[in-house]
Every structure is written in C-alpha cells, then in structure tokens.
Design a protein around this ligand. Structure first.
Ligand SMILES: Nc1nc2c(ncn2[C@@H]2O[C@H](COP(=O)(O)OP(=O)(O)OP(=O)(O)O)[C@@H](O)[C@H]2O)c(=O)[nH]1
Ligand SMILES: [Mg+2]
Length: 449
C-alpha cells in the first residue's frame, strides 16, 4: 500500500492561542528542502535525521527573522508519516505560528487537511486503521481508563487480535477451498464436526469480545450518573463537589433545583456525565411535577444512581418511595450531612451506604472509589477491548457471516460467507481500503495530526 500523493503538507500541531511553545509540522518529499530554505543556523551542514537544531526562521521574501526556533528532522521512513518530516518548535504566539506557516507555504508546501499526517502514516503502512483511530483516541481520551485502552490499541494490541481472528478464518477457508477443489477426485467431508466446531469457536471468540464492547464504548463516551433524592438533601452541593466548582445553585429552601443540570468530569479514572436533578417533593403539582417527571425519564438511561439521604433528619415517606423506585437499578446509597448529628434510623440503608458531607468534602474520595468499583467492568477477555461503534458493527457482521457459514447448505456457500467475514476483518484494520470509512474517521481529526 503506497501513497500516491506525496506533496509536502504543513500545519500547526499545537492548539490555537498563546503558549510557551508552538509546533509546526511539515511532511513530504520536499519537507527538508523547504526547511533548509527558511531555516538558518550556525553550523550549516545538511540536516540529519533524528536531530534537533537551534536557529532562526527567515521569511523567504523579506529575509526578516521571524523567530528563534528548534527544528527537528526525521528522514523517511523513520518518521510518524513514513515520509520526510520536519518539526519547527517556535514560541507559541499565534502571530509567529501564522508567519512561519506562511513562510513554509511560500517555499511550496500546502496546508494539511484534517488528520492528513495520520492518513499518510496509514497509507504508508506505518500504522493500520485501528491504530489511526487509536491516535485520535489517545489525543482525546477523556479519562485515564480511556487513555489506557487507546494506548494499548495504538501499540497494535487490537490489530493483533483482529489478525488472529482473520488468520483463524483464513485457515478454515483454505481447508474448505482444498475440499472444493478435490471433492470430485476424493471423498472429502467438509461439513464435518471439526469444521463446525472450528466455526463455533470463532463465533464464541467474537461473542466474548462483543460482550465487552458496550463497556469499552462507555469508558470512552462516559457513564451517566444521576444524583437523586428528596428535596434539600444536598444533591446540588454534591454535584458541585464532584465537579470541583459551583455549577449549581444550592440553597436551604427545598425545591431549589428545577430543570436538571448536566456536566462532565473525569473522576477515579472514569469519564462521568453527572446529572443534578430536582428534589422529590411528595405530591408535586405544576412545575414541580414536570421537574420530577424529567428526573424519572433520566433514570431510564442512567448507568448509576446516587440516591441521597439527609443523615441529619429521620427518614420520611419520600425517602422510602425513592428507595423502592430505584432499587432495581444500579444504585449507591449516599447518606449526606454527616457533619451534623446523625438522626436517620434505617439499618438497611446505613449498612450499605457511603456516609459523606458534601458541604465539607468529608469521605468524597470513598464515594468516588465506590462509583469506580460499581462502574468499571470486569472484562471477560484479556484482549484489548473495542471502543468504537464501527468496531462493534464490524464484529457483529463477522459474527453473522460466521453463523451463516456454519449453517451453509453447501461448501461453496460456506466458503462465500467465510470470504465475506475476511473482507470485514480487512476493512476493520484498513487492509481493505473503504474510502467512505476513511473519510469518516479522518474527518474527526484536527488539522495538524
Ligand atoms: N451541614 C451540611 N449542610 C449541607 C450539606 N450538603 C448540603 N447542605 C446544605 O443543605 C441545603 C440544601 O442543599 P442543596 O445542595 O441545595 O440540596 P438539594 O438536594 O440540591 O435541594 P433541591 O434542589 O431543593 O432538591 C443547603 O443549605 C446546603 O448548604 C452537608 O454535607 N452538610
Ligand atoms: Mg438542588
């Protein structure tokens, strides 16, 4: 698989705005020649690979010094893209970055498209499609668990597993093809128990993998956590405490929160989408009733409920109601206001609860630990889990193809289904290029990656 266009591209690899350092990256056949044109340094030897040089960037038209920079050179194929790559680390001022970009463009480069550096890495065989996606996931990992998975995928662990599956299917296809070729001369029984068992074992492998996929996607996209409880128990105070800033209004008057509030935070290595809800007020009417209906709607999609009680007051009917409503969903009981005298008498709840003070922050770490252990799944496999809908869909397709192969009436149809499964494996890793899939993936990238 080789790259057809190797014109030289350039882009800023660091975010817009002021920073200590900004990095401009160029890749392509002429990248080093362009760098030589605009870069001056004391010792004027040719730029060597894997070395950094201190010097100045000069505007090729006016000969004016734009900035003092460090230039690093990576010669093909030992670079991110597999092409000649030059990285210019300048001062992180948007004006300087723009001037240097323009200087490189004046020498003949063009601005890169979204993800074009990574796309070139893919097309030059430096990484496969799963790894290209993992690059994106590494850059945007919203929490530590997502980062761990992204790095494992970037290292190629997921690709290895897909390759392992692919070769299992391929071996089977070879046996079956041989049987088709020789079936007229020899009596080869294809639909034998052993073929059936082999396909079944491949299906089982894909199924185990798929069972973990929902968790993989959740780790990346976030767990929905609903803070529930009767009015005034301290839901908004906890919401603010977990977020680390005063997002919600809190007040001693019951019924402060009406419309639910939503915000995200990384806690305990997980990415959480937190919801602060309206307090349950017993027989509510009008706006209060609508607010409570919304809470009930949110409950349906919640991955975890934090059901809060006010430890400084006896339990009342609404607490019991909420306890009954939520008991069939994953729930953590949270008894709040333990900085005050404990007046709640509910042995069942107190046995299993986390006792906190949302106001002072007491025991919030224990609550985060409990949230983590409730949510973080025990994976069925050691193999890197999948984190994208595209992966999940492909595995579903492979499973269907394998199931059809197992039930195939003839050897020919069995071979046909196995070939279809192989094609999906190829699309998954990018061995088979599907332009639509590529465009969709690289559209998610930023320019400069
Ligand atoms: N002593 C003490 N007071 C708390 C604690 N947590 C919250 N409060 C107080 O309890 C009152 C209600 O807190 P909120 O966070 O607004 O309660 P809420 O559950 O969101 O209330 P609604 O939105 O009305 O349902 C406020 O005066 C808080 O300061 C706590 O841990 N200890
Ligand atoms: Mg509130």
């Amino acid at each position: 698989m080789t790259q057809t266009t190797n014109d030289t591209i350039v882009a800023c690899a660091t975010p817009a705005g002021y920073s200590s350092i900004g990095v401009i990256r160029a890749s392509g056949e002429e990248a080093i020649r362009y760098a030589e044109t605009i870069f001056t340094r004391q010792a004027d030897q040719p730029l060597e690979s894997n070395r950094a040089y201190f010097g100045e960037v000069i505007d090729p038209t006016t000969q004016e010094i734009i900035d003092k920079v460090v230039v690093t050179v990576y010669r093909a194929p030992h670079s991110y893209t597999g092409e000649d790559v030059v990285e210019i680390a300048c001062h992180g001022n948007p004006l300087i970055i723009e001037r240097i970009l323009q200087a490189v463009i004046k020498t003949g480069a063009r601005i890169a498209q979204r993800g074009e550096f990574t796309k070139r890495a893919l097309l030059n065989g430096k990484i496969d499609l799963l790894q290209a996606e993992a690059v994106l996931d590494t850059v945007y990992a919203p929490c530590d668990e997502a980062r761990k998975i992204a790095i494992a995928q970037y290292e190629g662990k997921l690709s290895e597993q897909v390759e392992h599956l692919r070769s299992g299917i391929f071996d089977l296809l070879v046996t079956i093809n041989a049987a088709i070729d020789f079936s007229e001369e020899q009596d080869i029984e294809v639909n034998s128990e052993s073929t059936d068992a082999k396909i079944s074992s491949l299906i089982d492998r894909v199924t185990t993998w798929l069972n973990d996929s929902q968790s993989g996607i959740k780790i990346k996209e976030g767990y929905r956590i609903l803070i529930m409880g009767r009015a005034n128990v301290g839901k908004s105070t906890l919401f603010n405490r977990l977020l680390g800033f005063d997002r919600a209004i809190t007040h001693e008057t019951p019924g402060t929160t009406r419309d639910y509030l939503e915000d995200t935070v990384a806690l305990g290595g997980l990415y959480l989408i937190l919801y602060d809800t309206a307090g349950m007020l017993g027989k509510a009417t009008g706006v209060d009733q609508q607010a409570q209906e919304r809470t009930m709607q949110l409950m349906e999609g919640a991955d975890l409920i934090l059901l809060m009680f006010d430890g400084s007051e006896p339990m009342n009917e609404q607490d019991v109601n909420l306890y009954n409503i939520t008991k069939h969903q994953p729930t953590i009981m949270v008894v709040n206001k333990v900085d005050l005298n404990l007046r709640m008498h509910a042995p069942d709840i107190l046995k299993d609860c986390v006792k906190i003070s949302a106001k002072s922050g007491h025991n919030i770490e224990a609550l985060v630990d409990t949230i983590r252990s409730e949510l973080l799944p025990v994976f069925n496999t050691n193999q890197p889990i999948i984190t994208r809908e595209r992966h999940r869909q492909s595995l579903e397709d492979i499973r269907k193809d394998l199931q059809r192969a197992r039930e195939a009436p003839t050897t020919e149809t069995m071979a046909y289904e196995l070939r279809a499964a192989l094609d999906v494996c190829g699309e998954l890793t990018g061995k088979i290029i599907n332009k639509e899939i590529l465009d969709r993936i690289f559209d998610e990238f930023c320019i400069g990656k």
